[in-house]
Design a binder for this molecule. Structure first.
Ligand code: ADP
Ligand code: TYD
Length: 212
């Protein structure tokens, strides 16, 4: 038995957590067993790594940053994602390897081939069946994410950084149209949820034992 692996990606404040919560509620209502998780921080080790890598007062060099996210991911795949999929569950993760390809590979301008290899090593062959890329202008996303505060170490980067990350995500989606669905995240919560629903539901048909 094998479940369904869904990742949500996008820049800051695009609405990932909000849409994931809505999707998980809906799928549970239809009888699916759903696990919601996140990167960085989907495990006890990951919680420690998240604190280190996002500390607004900390200094982390780009390669070290890439390795910290990769360590978080490898442990997350081995201890949370793979066991849940093996048990036939729907796994929804808030960020996965595409975040490293966009933020570290392009945002931090690390070597793209090396980043790809690092991600492959971290995920151990496990890529999502579907990746929902929530896409919105970073000016809108950062306003949503920051509220009145300056945000964490990565949120606090300048607008050019976040524009480059957005372009990188769209580029990744263009390279892998079978896995990615780009969802316009600029509308209301309900409008975005409806777009997510259409994107996810066709993948549920292959899952046994539950209605859509
Ligand atoms: N479509 C939307 N329109 C307006 N505000 C939104 C929308 N989606 C999310 N928000 C708000 O923006 C903020 C960030 O949303 P969140 O789901 O935490 O984003 P992310 O997980 O991508 O950082 C929250 O305050 C949320 O209520
Ligand atoms: C998973 C991952 C996250 N990040 C960054 C993106 C976010 O700024 C931060 C934490 O992610 P997240 O908690 O999803 O932040 P937000 O809700 O603001 O989107 O970590 C990377 O740079 N590389 C990665 O591989």
């Amino acid at each position: 038995m094998h479940g369904l692996f869904i990742s949500f990606e996008g820049g800051e404040g695009v609405g990932k957590s909000t849409q994931i919560a809505r999707l998980a509620d809906r799928l549970r209502g239809h009888g699916h067993e759903v696990i919601v998780t996140l990167e960085p921080g989907g495990t006890p080790l990951g919680t420690e790594l998240r604190r280190l890598v996002l500390n607004p007062d900390g200094h982390v060099t780009p390669r070290a940053e890439a390795l910290l996210y990769a360590a978080d991911r490898a442990h997350h795949v081995d201890t949370v994602i793979e066991p849940a999929l093996a048990a036939g569950k729907v796994v929804i993760t808030d960020r996965y390897a595409d975040s490293s390809l966009a933020y570290q590979g392009v945002g931090r301008a690390l070597d793209p081939q090396q980043m790809r290899e690092l991600c492959e090593f971290a995920v151990g062959g496990r890529w999502p069946e579907v990746t929902i890329l929530l896409d919105v202008d970073p000016i809108v996303g950062l306003r949503r994410a920051r509220g009145d505060g300056a945000g964490d170490r990565i949120e606090a980067e300048g607008l050019e950084f976040h524009k480059a990350v957005r372009a990188a995500f769209l580029d990744l989606a263009g390279q892998d149209p079978d896995r990615f669905v780009v969802v316009d995240a600029s509308g209301s919560l309900d409008e975005v949820a409806q777009r997510v629903r259409v994107a996810v539901d066709r993948h549920l048909e292959s899952l046994p034992g539950a209605t859509r």
